[in-house]
Design a protein around this ligand. Structure first.
Ligand code: PLP
Length: 451
């Protein structure tokens, strides 16, 4: 079968818009039909190439079609291994479990259990909440404003953003949202240096207040760096306080590493910067080497659910496990976790330079190769807390501008005002410099339009 594109973007996009759901999202911002991809570059059927700083929403640690991952896949395909195994074990799976356990902090590695989930991140969220509820016998959950844990209805109930929930009515009850330490827009209306302490104090007091209205929860779930919420890293001090309070009160702490894990932030898991160990870790995206895979890894003390408590037909994706093991091997060999820090530093320096010359950029932030640029509206009115007006409309202009120049960048955060950089960890210095050139030119055009 040949898939070579005899036709144009226009042809495929017209067919797509006629036949696919109105809920489709990325094609609206990136109107292309993709033909091929290699490393950080994707090429459409018209022959135009783009630097891919979306990379499967942070999935492709090694970039597209890494030759060693392709070879690992070919080996599985030719080996006669069943490609569908439910949750039965195989040598590929056994190796993959060892590889994941080797990434864990040693204190958890000794006590770790793994549950394979249906192969999307949101099912790991569902599994983790079920596990925590079963193990504690409690049913309330604490999540954080701005959180994103997936799009199934249980995960949506933990989501900060109201838009995707608006049409759905009641979701899972018993979720309480707490302020996340978003220092650029301090939820307490105070200066950025106070935000983390205030947020931790508030959390601690609320959970220890017998008249606070919040029963002891089954779990606290958080992202150590909020991704879809606008690339907001939680300070290490806040993470340590949340860990201490949850441990003191016997509340399982779930850390969602679906986007921030597998080296992206410069440590294998983003929580490592705080020296803490969660009770449950959600892992997906990059762990499948670009193929669908999701797991939860947790402390064996919680392993109190019954056989079949979390099932699903597609939990045995051998190809994804082989691709995941190979990805971890290449990451170790090529020191890609360290590379994320180094490459992220280079990109960040460029972005800060661009920010210094633009009234539209409020903050450059992030960790490793999970970076965000928050746009503000320099002509808009500050809100009641004195925060600058959101610059979502400008973020969308920049996104469209850089796309025309050959760069794929996603937006996120409140009002979609944050440009998000999630390139493959293998991005070269030359590619980073090219990304910065394109972004810098787009901001220069924005400034000129306003003048
Ligand atoms: N959790 C986080 C932090 C995510 O970023 C995502 C997806 O972007 C999910 C969960 C959901 O993963 P999936 O889209 O594979 O269901």
């Amino acid at each position: 079968m040949s898939f070579s594109g005899a036709s144009t973007n226009e042809h495929y996009l017209e067919r797509q818009s006629r036949r696919e759901s109105n809920a489709r999202s990325y094609p609206r911002r990136f109107p292309v039909a993709l033909q091929s991809a290699k490393g950080c570059i994707v090429t459409d059927v018209d022959g135009r190439s783009y630097i891919d700083c979306l990379a499967g929403a942070g999935t492709l640690a090694l970039g597209h079609n890494h030759p060693e991952v392709i070879e690992a896949l070919q080996q599985v395909l030719l080996s006669g291994l069943p490609l569908h195994t439910l949750d039965l074990t195989t040598p590929v799976k056994d190796r993959f479990v060892s590889d994941i356990f080797d990434t864990l902090p040693s204190i958890l590695k000794e006590r770790a259990r793994i549950q394979f989930c249906s192969p999307s991140g949101t099912d790991a969220t569902e599994a983790a909440i079920k596990l925590a509820k079963t193990a504690t016998g409690r049913d309330h959950v604490i999540a954080f404003r701005g959180a994103y844990h997936g799009m199934s209805q249980g995960s949506l109930s933990l989501m900060g953003s109201l838009g995707p929930k608006a049409a759905l009515g009641h979701l899972v009850p018993g979720v309480h949202f707490f302020p996340y330490p978003y220092s650029f827009r301090c939820p307490f209306g105070r200066g950025p240096e106070e935000t983390a302490d205030l947020a931790a104090d508030y959390f601690e007091r609320a959970l220890n207040d017998p008249e606070g209205g919040i029963p002891l929860p089954a779990a606290v779930i958080l992202e150590a760096v909020q991704g879809e919420g606008g690339v907001i890293p939680a300070p290490a001090s806040w993470l340590r306080r949340i860990r201490k309070v949850t441990r003191d009160l016997g509340i399982p702490l779930i850390i969602d590493e679906i986007q921030s894990g597998v080296g992206r932030t410069g440590t294998f898991y983003a929580f490592e910067k705080a020296g803490i160990v969660p009770d449950i870790i959600l892992i997906s995206k990059a762990i499948g080497g670009g193929l669908p895979l999701a797991v939860i890894v947790y402390d064996e003390a919680l392993d109190l659910w019954q056989p079949g408590a979390h099932a699903g037909t597609f939990r045995g994706n051998q190809l994804a496990m082989a691709a995941g093991s190979k990805t971890l091997e290449v990451m170790r060999r090529d020191a890609l976790v360290e590379r994320a820090t180094q490459a992220g530093g280079r990109l960040r320096a460029h972005l800060e330079h661009i920010a210094a010359g633009s009234a539209y950029i409020g903050e450059v932030r992030g960790e490793g190769l999970m970076l965000g640029v928050e746009l503000v509206d320099p002509f808009g009115r500050p809100n009641l807390q004195g925060h600058p007006a959101h610059g979502g409309a400008y973020a969308r202009l920049v996104q469209a501008d850089v796309f025309r120049s050959g760069l794929i960048l996603e937006t996120g955060g409140r009002d979609g005002s944050v440009l998000r950089f999630l390139p493959p960890l293998v991005i070269s210095d030359a590619e980073i410099d090219r990304v910065a050139d394109i972004v810098g030119s787009a901001f220069a055009r924005l400034e000129r339009q306003a003048a």
